[in-house]
Design a protein around this ligand. Structure first.
Ligand code: FAD
Length: 404
């Protein structure tokens, strides 16, 4: 791990200042209020304003709608966005996962205009992986796509399609050969969500984030919207899945977040900050500042250890560490401040901007989406430790009873 200090050149420092000032003007209170109300992880004004400067995906070349930023400049942008509100930028992260696959596997005449719209902030892509029957085993997808000439008919339903209601397309896993082994019978499509036969139903989660169930009823999709070969969907999915699972993401000279869990740890960091401010301003029963109470300091110290561990632990381990740390410490911090910690943003008598209350709700979902922590532990065993594929509970019994 490289803890080296990165020296910014005068040019990079000027860019940092320019970005900071631009974002400070862009992220007006109505942006936060709208996100609080909708939980969509998206804001059209913000995305389009960033897109107009090539700053939504700034590492893309200018001709692809980016700004041709270096890895360091891109990192400056990411960190400045995090200083504002990572929640609003969620759908940027989601869209970026399939964008590389779209570029790689679709013909340029189809992919280029779509990707330019994404870079301009006018198009968003959501992930249509999970189904009502299960999200961990996505290769088991049941949504059917059947070809008829140049068109495909899609039928079935997807669960937890976050952002479907504001997205232009969904990156959809479909089953195209039900007879083939499960990994060999799936095909990926980029399905326009305004298509006839698509119905989107809201699911509001405990954290306030909105996700959706999406029904596909005889949805007609042109073959040009297929990504990669027929029944070759598993190959197409590899890149986006590895990125989501933090496998091999440190390809940027140590400048990217060490794991997808870093975003969870940042939420813990905001809570710790809020509790520290509370401790400085609050007196305990004996009239002393809470900030002088060793029990308060011990709890804050313990939370800081988990925060730092989450920020520094790389790959799939970081995703698990960050989620575990956030779940545990968000509850501890709420416990520490007492009933006022339950007051949400803007509530009278609440602490700060309600980060403590939010962190506890947000923490619960982090153990599930993007792959559960249990599944990640299996990924660590196989991909990091090189252990053999796990035998699932009951598999031996099932196999033993199977005729050869
Ligand atoms: C807020 C939210 C947003 C989401 N957004 C999206 C999205 O945008 N797109 C999308 O496609 N999905 C999304 N998901 C779905 C998410 O990826 C799945 O919930 C997750 O992968 C788990 O799938 P499941 O809920 O169907 O549980 P299941 O797969 O049914 O698993 C049930 C339990 O069994 C355990 N389990 C399953 N398989 C294994 C295994 N091999 N080893 C060990 N334990 C195992 C799991 O850990 C879990 O505890 C979202 C979920 C949430 C809650």
């Amino acid at each position: 791990m490289d803890f080296g200090f990165v020296e910014l050149s005068a040019q990079d420092r000027a860019l940092q200042q320019e970005i900071r000032e631009f974002l400070a003007e862009l992220f007006t209170p109505d942006v936060f209020a709208l996100e609080h109300e909708t939980g969509s992880g998206f804001n059209a004004k913000v995305y389009e304003a960033l897109g107009a400067r090539g700053w939504l995906y700034p590492s893309l070349p200018v001709e692809q709608g980016g700004a041709g930023f270096t890895a360091l400049q891109n990192r400056i942008m990411e960190l400045e966005l995090d200083r504002q509100d990572a929640r609003v930028m969620m759908m940027k992260g989601t869209s970026s996962l399939p964008m590389a696959a779209i570029r790689k596997y679709m013909p340029a005449e189809i992919a280029d205009p779509i990707l330019k719209e994404c870079a301009a902030g006018r198009a968003v892509v959501c992930l249509g992986y999970s189904e009502p029957d299960g999200g961990s085993d996505i290769a088991n997808a049941k949504v059917r796509a059947v070809q008829d000439g140049e068109m495909w008919a899609i039928n079935g339903s997807k669960m937890w399609t976050t952002g479907a209601h504001i997205s232009t397309y969904t990156f959809l896993i479909t089953r195209t050969d039900p007879e083939a082994p499960k990994h060999k019978g799936i095909t990926m499509f980029l399905v326009p969500l305004h298509s006839e036969g698509v119905t989107i139903q809201a699911i509001r989660t405990f954290s306030g984030e909105r996700t959706n169930i999406v029904f596909y009823e005889d949805v007609q999709v042109h073959d040009s919207m297929r990504i990669g070969g027929v029944n070759n969907g598993w190959t197409v999915l590899h890149g986006p899945l590895d990125e989501e699972h933090s496998i091999g993401i440190d390809s940027n000279g140590g400048l990217t977040d060490v794991s997808v869990g870093v975003s969870f740890s940042r939420v813990l960091g905001a809570s710790i900050n809020e509790v520290a401010q509370w401790a400085l301003k609050t007196a305990s029963a004996d009239g002393k500042s809470m900030a002088e109470d060793t029990r308060v300091l011990e709890r804050l110290g313990s939370a800081m250890v988990d925060y730092e561990a989450g920020m520094c632990t790389p790959g799939p381990m970081g995703r698990v560490k960050s989620s575990d740390g956030l779940v545990k410490q968000a509850a501890q911090l709420q416990d520490l401040v007492g009933p006022v910690g339950l007051l949400p943003m803007n509530a009278e008598g609440g602490i700060g901007v309600g980060d403590i209350e939010y962190a506890h709700r947000f923490a619960q979902g982090t153990a599930t989406y993007g792959g559960t922590v249990e599944v990640f532990r299996t990924i660590i065993a196989q991909h990091v430790l090189g252990l053999p594929k796990a035998q699932l509970p009951g598999a031996k019994v099932f196999m033993a009873g199977k005729k050869k």
